[in-house]
Design a protein around this ligand. Structure first.
Ligand SMILES: Cc1cc2nc3c(=O)[nH]c(=O)nc-3n(C[C@H](O)[C@H](O)[C@H](O)COP(=O)(O)OP(=O)(O)OC[C@H]3O[C@@H](n4cnc5c(N)ncnc54)[C@H](O)[C@@H]3O)c2cc1C
Length: 452
């Protein structure tokens, strides 16, 4: 085995090697593998299987919390696999497994192209795409998973295979939305879109105006076309130097939006929201790759906890419930409680779509806070749950894998029929359940009995 490919608990670099982006995940695997190539991944799979160990692939560890105990498991981190190739004429990207969204957005922008990147520059392309992928361009172009055109993966036998619409089509279907239960993805190919600039920004209002602003935003989203993707959000910035001076330590209700309609078309649409008189208005025409800063996500590892929900609606009663639990005067310790407008291409089933065809609800909620100490952790976890309880009446009955930090039942993530089909693919490609995902597709009961 190549030098430094496997790190073991007694090695000096152990504590660095086992870190996740979410610093509150205390990962204690049997070993950490740091492959640099697809061949290294094959070697790690064979090494692990020979020792009877399972394998948990990880890009960044943004969604490491639901993995749980990693006993008898090799944590296979792809962070050294960082190749990015852009084919401008085919409008296609090929990226290796450890590539981050910021890297692809910058590389594609050099050719006037954009990818369906998430809100954060340092989320991994692979984990995000395997879970669905809701981007700032999502209402126009759909889930990122459904722009994926080919996937290279090392399977349970240690073979490197390619899955696309023609070859290993079932596996290709399962990987696009079904998560990391089927092998170690070593590279992804996906479509890029001809977008160089967007009109985007944030309207900031005092948190005390939460109900009024969210109600206005809720009415507004019914008037906008698919070219506009927006978020209504409570933000309570901590008083730390990382946060820019004008907002440091302050609390807001904000509307963030991205538009493909240009300045004039969007200004016309924004009129009713601007009429509310925001304290700050940052809308401007920006290079599309700058969208990675719009949501103000932390761009380095942090300790945190959050969880999401898919909402069937976000009406006045839901807004009032959210304001009571997370708005001004609520004592909420959460830094962010956001509601993203879905719909548009995110709710239409794309032709040839993968396991996650669409988001089954009009809105996606995500609530999160920082957890630097166990005391903060308990308070944040309790408050995230309070937000979820307050919105329970608008729960769509489905969960979105990328925003699920608590373990969710497979049926809730995928729907009954899709989950059965995912289990069938899992049994075919990984009958010994070697690969551990943060949100696992479990073997069907009949296969578990056979293995026992
Ligand atoms: C700050 C922040 C912003 C976010 N913004 C968005 C957003 O805008 N839109 C959105 O949809 N989601 C968003 N998310 C959620 C994010 O998409 C998920 O957390 C996603 O799982 C992150 O992927 P990752 O590879 O970075 O994380 P990881 O924790 O490394 O991976 C998550 C899971 O993906 C699978 N996986 C990763 N790499 C591989 C591989 N090579 N082979 C097989 N399986 C693999 C594994 O099952 C792994 O457990 C955000 C999360 C955070 C914390």
């Amino acid at each position: 085995m190549k030098n430094a490919l496997i790190v073991l608990p007694h090695d000096p670099s152990w504590d660095d090697a086992r870190l996740a982006w979410n610093l509150s995940a205390d990962q204690q695997p049997a070993a950490v593998a740091l492959p640099e190539t697809a061949e290294d991944v094959q070697a790690v799979v064979r090494w692990s299987r020979k020792r009877g160990l399972r394998i948990a692939p990880q890009g960044t560890g943004h969604n490491a919390l639901p993995l749980g105990s990693l006993a008898h498991t090799v944590l296979l981190k792809t962070e050294r696999m960082r190749g990015v190739e852009i084919d401008p004429s085919a409008r296609r990207a090929r990226v290796e497994a450890g590539v981050l969204w910021g890297e692809v957005s910058d590389a594609a922008a050099e050719h006037g192209l954009a990818a369906l990147a998430g809100s954060s520059a340092d989320v991994g392309v692979v984990g995000y795409s395997l879970g669905g992928g809701v981007s700032w361009l999502g209402r126009r172009y759909g889930l990122a998973a459904n722009s994926v055109t080919a996937i290279e993966l090392v399977n349970a036998e240690g073979e490197l295979v390619r899955a696309d619409a023609e070859q290993s089509a079932d596996l290709f279907w399962a990987l696009r939305g079904g998560g990391g239960s089927f092998g170690v993805v070593t590279a992804l190919e996906f479509t890029l879109y001809p977008i160089a600039e967007v009109y985007a920004g944030i309207l900031f209002f005092p948190l005390e105006r939460g109900a009024e602003v969210l109600r206005a935003w809720r009415r507004w989203v019914d008037t906008v076309p698919d070219e506009v993707t927006s978020v209504g959000r409570f933000l309570q910035f901590p008083p730390i130097p990382d946060i820019p001076e004008p907002v440091r330590g302050k609390s807001f209700v904000v509307v963030e939006a991205t538009s493909l309609l240009g300045k004039d078309g969007t200004d016309e649409l924004l009129r009713p929201l601007r009429a509310l008189g925001p304290d700050m208005d940052t809308f401007a025409t920006i290079p599309v790759q700058q969208l990675k800063h719009l949501h103000m996500d932390p761009e380095h590892p942090v300790p945190g906890h959050g969880d999401g929900m898919v909402l069937s609606d976000f009406n006045d009663a839901a807004i009032d419930a959210l304001v009571r639990i997370a708005g001004a005067g609520s004592g909420s310790p959460l830094i962010t409680v956001e509601v993203r407008h879905a719909g548009g291409a995110l709710e239409r089933k794309a032709p040839g779509a993968g396991a996650l065809t669409s988001i089954d609800g009009q809105f996606l909620m995500f609530a999160a806070g920082m957890t630097p100490t166990p005391g903060h952790g308990a308070a944040v976890r309790a408050h995230v749950e309070l937000v979820q309880n307050a919105l329970a009446a608008w729960d769509s009955g489905r969960a979105y894998l990328n925003f699920a930090v608590k373990r969710e039942r497979g049926e809730r993530l995928f729907g009954d029929l899709t989950y059965r089909r995912l289990q069938t693919v899992k049994a075919a490609v990984d009958p010994d359940d070697v690969f551990r995902s943060n949100h696992p597709v479990r073997l069907p009961a009949s296969e578990v009995r056979k293995a026992a």
